[in-house]
Design a protein around this ligand. Structure first.
Ligand SMILES: [Zn+2]
Length: 384
């Protein structure tokens, strides 16, 4: 999943590591998309999007309008930005609509409200191979599902007013357009982890790569994978709504939860790049722990261990992120303050929908979080 709010992609020096090949490839794809968008920008005619939700007769929120975006759509464009309304088409695949509706109906009430507060929800076609689109996406590679989803709020100069809040979920989450091909939650989360660290899972890689497990079989479903994807990208929109109240204006890291959200977890919160690519780290990633920055679980340590084939060391790093006294919702949380907010929000959404178990290396993130004081406090910043 790529992320964030605004246009111009900024590649940090940390992204030059070999593990960033995936992200770098995507960045190139986006740049290519920019040039094609340039030609179509003048001709594109913005039209109104129908809001994603309606309210039923009993007052219940219903998901009713989803759109598909072409592969050429570039949410990170600036002066040549084409709003999604100009190029979106209604989702034609009824099976995907049904799949999204099932996820929406199973979602927590706060997530429903947040989804319905968006200006548009899209299935993206970027990364779909052979010209396929979001209605029947043939994933370019098994991992593109996570690289082609995003959430952002428009900002100047994309538009100068009425800043839209959008999320796009990769069509690769429904390979060939079939919900039966959507991975269940633990598979989805494991693949996300492998993509994040470029964990070698092939023949010459880690013979026993870490994998998410869950004892909650009733909720360890593809529906919960979709809830996780929807929540994550919505979280990126909410990050900007909360920490940059005026689109394009100043950041205010004290604006959310009385300014307490980050204080035990991050020594310093940098203003993020305009586009936080999946796997991108804050520019000073080793300063993320206020009280004990040297616990051996920096992102760099895990990458180094993997590069050396020290899979046990890399797993120790993961364990150190999720062990019982820690306060992180997931390994991705430690990459940047915005991902920390987003992953905490996602964990709250999964738990709020009823998930009771999600473990990595025997560290059950959900089952133990009531005993994790800081994580529990951070989760308490979001409505139940
Ligand atoms: Zn993200």
């Amino acid at each position: 999943m790529i992320c964030s709010a605004c246009g111009l992609r900024q590649l940090h020096p940390t992204m030059m590591r070999p593990v960033r090949a995936f992200a770098a490839a995507f960045a190139l794809a986006v740049l290519a998309g920019c040039s094609s968008n340039t030609a179509s920008a003048a001709a594109a005619t913005p039209k109104a999007l129908v809001a994603p939700c309606t309210t039923g007769s009993g007052g219940q929120l219903q998901l009713t309008n989803i759109y598909v975006l072409p592969a050429s759509f570039d949410p990170s464009a600036e002066n040549n930005y084409v709003p999604p309304s100009a190029v979106a088409t209604p989702l034609a695949n009824a099976d995907i609509m049904n799949s999204l509706t099932l996820a929406f109906n199973a979602a927590s009430q706060p997530l429903k409200r947040d989804l319905c507060g968006l200006s548009g929800i899209f299935v993206t076609s970027a990364g779909c191979a052979n010209g396929s689109d979001g209605n029947a996406c043939i994933p370019g590679t098994p991992r593109t599902a996570f690289g082609q989803s995003w959430g952002y709020r428009e900002h100047p100069p994309q538009v100068m007013s009425n800043f839209g809040k959008y999320i796009g979920i990769s069509g690769a989450l429904w390979p060939s357009g079939k919900p039966a091909n959507t991975p269940i939650l633990t598979t989805y989360e494991s693949n996300l982890l492998y993509s994040l660290f470029n964990w070698p899972t092939g023949t010459n890689g880690d013979p026993n790569p870490p994998a998410y497990t869950s004892t909650d079989t009733a909720h360890n479903t593809s529906t919960f994978s979709i809830i996780a994807a929807l929540a994550h990208e919505t979280g990126h929109v909410l990050w900007y709504v909360n920490f940059r109240p005026t689109a394009g204006g100043n950041f205010n890291f004290a604006a959310f939860c009385g300014g307490t959200f980050y204080f035990e977890s991050w020594r310093h919160v940098d203003s993020p790049p305009r586009w936080r690519t999946f796997g991108d780290t804050q520019s000073v990633p080793n300063l993320f722990h206020e009280t004990d920055p040297n616990r051996g679980y920096t992102v760099g340590n895990i990458y180094t261990a993997l590069a050396q084939g020290d899979y046990a060391g890399a797993k120790r790093g993961l364990h150190n992120i999720l062990r019982h006294e820690q306060h992180w919702a997931s390994p991705l949380s430690v990459f940047s303050p915005d991902e920390d907010f987003v992953e905490t929000y996602t964990l709250k959404a999964l738990a709020g929908a009823g998930l009771t178990s999600l473990s990595l290396l025997n560290d059950d993130v959900i089952g133990t979080y009531p005993n994790k004081a800081t994580l529990n406090r951070k989760l308490g910043c979001f409505p139940s």
